[in-house]
Design a binder for this molecule. Structure first.
Ligand code: HEM
Length: 448
């Protein structure tokens, strides 16, 4: 028996399915809005949680005043506090029609603190962190008891003595850069983050792992196809591609096969370091030795596996912001590049900083020593202001583990309670927080 469907029936069936789909989305949207106590919302067809948002430009649905098709890449950085101002309060929601969950977005300093500090009520959305687990679980990709173990072992790597190490290494790396510039009065760069990326990476390689690389170093040592620095740079640039592509496809193009080689090489480098230090760690003085020592000598006998050690080293080396914040060199590099950009735009601040450093540093022709760093308060203020204006980690996502609520005020000064259902995304938006006049006035009351 053959079943024949006329074109009219086909169209009707398709139309009914589309109508059911739209009705379902509209129903979910209404339920979400109700659960959030009708908190003012930013409306888009495509959720900001979708990776497609990173490539689609921001645009509204034709003839709609409120509905966006997509908010567009860098929405929070480019709009700063604007969406909160328009919607009239410091905690709003972002709702979409693509079936993704609603997100509570926060530009209120007290609530941001509550969300960041209360790890039991607001946990990391670790299901989004897969891209950072390519080498092994680590302090960034874990939560709860597992996170506490990673934190206990990696914590001692960040101490006063490691700060000194970072300071001394930075001086060495900067001296190398000044040699390269060779007293030229003008140095031109198309994109100064090319320099700061290398700078931050070289400091982390040296202070973190005792690996000194020069500014011009690209040669691979014997037994390797790439130098350590080239491997990290290629892994850093190819991380998303490696995560998104199936393993077998990585060798299909020259670009992806280079990325694959870099991933293999970096893993070999890290494993060599672990093997080398496992027997020898006391002979070195860097963050990595601290990590290995903590792993060997934990008072409760806690021990990370080699894969977990590799995973942690990886996130300390490679730092990026995707949908989630990550430690490592890129966050630092972007902050440095923004700072240099601002100093170029504000020569009066540049001059004031220069005079301040000359006043506080004893050796007029040399670099500051570690003990002089706390005196460089104006330099710290310049970095803080840069981080305020351009956050290299613009959003910090969390998930609510219980039905809860937060209290804020609207732009009429009236108290508002925002209910947050269990399982909701709650995201602190740094550029909005940093451009919220109320939070800024609190920050400015803290003396530098
Ligand atoms: C300007 C540079 C940096 C910025 C703006 C930055 C920002 C952040 C932010 C926003 C978080 C998330 C906090 C949270 O979820 O509660 C974080 C976590 C963290 N960062 Fe940084 N970071 C920077 C550089 C670094 C560097 C260079 C390292 C180490 C090499 C590092 C190590 C960490 C660690 C270990 C965590 C904790 C991860 C966890 O426990 O979940 N950060 N950072």
């Amino acid at each position: 028996m053959s079943l024949q469907i006329s074109p009219e029936m086909f169209l009707l069936g398709g139309g009914v399915m589309v109508a059911i789909g739209v009705a379902q989305k509209a129903w979910t949207y209404r339920q979400d809005r109700q659960a959030a106590g009708y908190t003012p919302t930013l409306k888009s067809v495509i959720s900001m949680l979708r990776p497609t948002m990173a490539v689609l430009p921001s645009g509204k649905i034709p003839f709609s005043k409120e509905w966006y098709i997509s908010l567009g890449p860098n929405w929070w950085t480019s709009h700063k506090y604007e969406s909160f101002r328009k919607l009239g309060q410091d905690v709003i929601t972002s709702t979409s029609l693509d079936g993704m969950p609603m997100i509570f977005v926060v530009a209120d300093a007290d609530i941001a603190q509550e969300v960041m500090i209360n790890r039991a009520r607001f946990t990391k959305p670790i299901h989004l962190y897969g891209v950072l687990e390519l080498y092994g679980a680590n302090v960034v990709t874990t939560e709860g008891d597992e996170w506490r173990i990673h934190r206990k072992i990696t914590g001692p790597s960040f101490s006063e003595s490691s700060n000194k190490l970072v300071c001394d290494e930075t001086v060495l790396v900067m001296e190398g850069l000044l040699d390269l510039w060779n007293n030229k009065s003008v140095i031109e760069y198309e994109d100064f983050s090319d320099v700061t990326m290398q700078l931050a990476l070289m400091v982390i390689c040296g202070a973190g792992f005792g690996i000194r690389v020069s500014w011009t170093d690209t040669d691979a040592p014997e037994g390797h196809k790439l130098s350590f620095k080239s491997a990290i740079e290629a892994v850093s640039g190819g991380l998303l591609l490696k995560f998104a592509m199936p393993g077998f496809a990585m060798n299909m193009t020259e670009r992806t096969s280079k990325i694959e080689t870099a991933f293999d090489e970096l893993k070999v480098y890290i494993q060599e370091m672990i093997r080398d230090r496992a027997s020898n760690y006391r002979d070195y003085s860097d963050l990595f030795s601290n990590l290995m020592a903590a792993n060997e000598n934990d008072s409760e006998g806690i021990k990370l596996t080699d894969d977990e050690l590799t995973g942690n080293i990886f996130v300390f080396l490679i730092g990026k912001w995707f949908a989630t914040p990550t430690p490592g060199h890129e966050t630092t590099a972007h902050t440095l590049a923004f700072t240099i950009g601002f100093l170029a735009l504000y020569p009066d601040v540049q001059e004031k900083l220069y005079e301040h450093v000359k006043r506080e540093v004893a050796d007029r022709t040399g670099a500051p020593t570690y003990s002089e760093v706390p005196k460089l308060k104006y330099a710290l203020a310049v970095f803080y202001e840069t981080l305020r204006l351009f956050s290299s980690v613009p959003t910090i996502p969390k998930i609510s583990t219980e039905d809860t609520s937060v209290r804020t005020v609207n732009n009429k000064g009236e108290p508002v309670v925002v209910p947050i259902p269990k399982g909701s995304y709650v995201s602190v938006i740094a550029p909005a927080l940093h451009h919220n006049r109320t939070s800024i006035s609190n920050i400015l009351s803290v003396p530098y």
